[in-house]
Design a binder for this molecule. Structure first.
Ligand code: NAP
Length: 302
């Protein structure tokens, strides 16, 4: 029986592991894929207080090494469900099962697709969800990015350094991402903005050849020939395994306040997968600390 099982090894989960180990809890971290979470694909992180600039991969690596050095255990297995018993929780994975006194849900979110016909077929054949991973395949080529958040802005900047041209397509004229990054993009000679616009169709059989862009003000549609499309329109929370264990909101986020407590005692939620207004590295790390300390308090009290 572990004191704590943390599901998810992104920034929230790894921060929780660090705080849990320092609070003296025996801790197992479960991760279905690679540790590090979403930040590993960010080329540069420049908004984490106290760290002027670091790559997302390096940031994640440091977090992982810090948690491991403190004695956190890791199992690279996917959590499938969590059973709530009066005395403990049982986490079922694709390979095993683990009992714990408390559980932290830190599974974050995954990329949202555009939902267009042909999107799945053309993924890996021109369509990508990760500029850092796939940008180099489009060296010297024409690409488009859809989205207006920090991910889209970062992707556009990375791609402008690699590709012949980048068209940033966003459905509004204001960006959700940071204004100073928008200003940087405005200075790039090979980047153009298509605002009030969205992609309505994908063209190409075996590889993407063009996207059809609709101007949302005029209703006019026209194709833009591109070799690549980077989709950066936000995330979908990864909480389906916990439906029935804890309350989820209408969009699938775990309902939990700043104290990270869910509707089920002994189950806590940390990071992008919980209801919150600001989803940033620093708030994910903050959630990890809060959830781990709340779990320690819960374990002491039962
Ligand atoms: P996001 O902030 O949720 O932005 C999603 C963008 O996609 C929005 O501009 C949204 O438009 C647009 N969008 C959503 N659905 C769409 C659809 N169906 N069709 C067309 N456009 C659509 O997502 P994100 O950029 O992936 O960022 C996620 C979180 O991670 C954010 O909190 C972000 O700040 C954070 N992040 C931080 C860093 C960093 O700190 N370095 C880097 C990357 C991401 P509207 O604006 O019109 O809603």
């Amino acid at each position: 029986m572990y004191d704590l099982v943390i599901i998810g090894a992104g920034t929230a989960g790894l921060s929780a592991a660090i705080y849990a180990m320092r609070a003296g809890l025996s801790t197992l971290v479960l991760e279905g894929a690679m540790y590090g979470g979403q930040i590993i694909v960010s080329p540069t992180v420049e908004n984490y207080p106290g760290i002027a600039s670091v790559s997302g991969a390096q940031f994640a690596q440091s977090l992982y090494e810090q948690a491991e050095a403190l004695g956190a255990q890791f199992a690279f297995e996917t959590a499938i469900s969590v059973e709530n018993h009066p005395t403990h929780k049982t986490v079922h994975t694709d390979a095993s099962q683990y009992d714990a006194k408390a559980v932290i849900l830190a599974t974050g979110a995954k990329n949202r697709p555009l939902g267009l016909e042909g999107e799945q077929r053309l993924t890996g054949r021109g369509i990508s969800y990760c500029a850092t991973c796939d940008g180099s395949f489009f060296k010297g080529k024409d690409v488009a990015v859809q989205g207006g958040g920090n991910t889209a802005l970062e992707d556009a900047e990375v791609l402008a350094g690699i590709c012949k041209s980048v068209t940033l397509i966003h459905r509004r004229d204001e960006f959700r991402g940071e204004q100073h990054q928008v200003e940087r993009l405005r200075k790039l000679p090979n980047l153009q903005f298509r605002l009030h616009s969205t992609i309505t169709a994908l063209q190409g059989d075996n590889a993407l050849q063009a996207v059809v862009i609709k101007d949302l003000q005029t209703g006019q549609e026209e194709p833009l020939a591109v070799d690549g499309l980077f989709v950066a329109i936000g995330q979908i929370p990864q909480n389906e395994a916990f439906r029935g264990l804890v309350e989820l909101d209408e969009r699938g986020y775990v309902v939990a306040g700043e104290d990270c407590r869910t509707s089920t005692p002994g189950v806590f939620a940390a990071g992008d997968g919980r209801t919150k207004t600001v989803r940033q590295l620093v708030t994910a790390a903050s959630d990890g600390a809060t959830a781990a300390l709340a779990a320690a308090e819960y374990i002491r009290s039962v």
